[in-house]
Design a protein around this ligand. Structure first.
Ligand code: IMP
Ligand code: MG
Length: 178
């Protein structure tokens, strides 16, 4: 395997603990209501799976496939949406699930897209937010896992050139010539 890690930023047990806390918050806020977790592909898939298992609510899942980034180490700002049937969210409680908040372009795009379809409520759940983030437009994160330094990170769904997604922790990769 060619993957090289510089440092582990958030170990697996800390992610697991944080997800339990986020799930408890979500379960408390929605009480006996149903929710749809709308996962922004591909990065949030690992987070979605672990989060949904901890919820004590009726949960459905759906997917939105966005790309705002070149596959390298910089977020790009312009958001591209890939064709995928959009889940029926009219008059439903929707939580957008996103892996990382960098410029906020992806989450803002996803929120606008959802609002066009008139959900009953719309909130956002984001695992990582980079500190000192240069937000293009203000964007509220309702449920946030960790604030991290402004470094490129991989693992737990996050990739570098499509690799590293399977790592069970968040790490700073050593980006060499592979
Ligand atoms: P935003 O639209 O600028 O907030 O960028 C968010 C998207 O860029 C995420 O959904 C990721 O796919 C990607 N991204 C941003 N920062 C990183 C990183 O540090 N590692 C891997 N992907 C990242
Ligand atoms: Mg992503």
């Amino acid at each position: 395997m060619n993957l090289a890690i510089e440092t582990v930023l958030i170990p697996q047990d800390e992610i697991e603990q944080k997800i339990k806390e986020l799930a408890a918050d979500i379960s408390r806020i929605y009480q006996n209501e149903e929710i749809i977790l709308l996962s922004v592909l591909k990065g949030s898939i690992v987070f979605l799976v672990d989060l949904m298992k901890q919820l004590t609510l009726d949960v459905e899942i759906g997917f939105l496939y966005l790309s705002s980034y070149r596959g390298e180490t910089e977020a790009q700002g312009a958001v591209k949406e890939y064709e995928l049937p959009f889940p029926a969210i009219e008059n439903r409680n929707v939580i957008l699930v996103e892996d990382i908040f960098d410029t906020g372009a992806s989450l803002n795009y996803a929120k606008k897209r959802c609002m066009e379809l008139h959900p009953k409520s719309l909130r956002t759940c984001v695992l990582l937010k980079k500190e000192e983030v240069q937000m293009q437009e203000p964007c509220t994160i309702d449920f946030l896992g960790f604030t991290i330094p402004d470094k490129f990170v991989v693992g737990y769904g996050l990739d570098y050139r499509e690799k590293y997604r399977h790592l069970p922790y968040i790490a700073v990769p050593r980006l060499g010539n592979h």
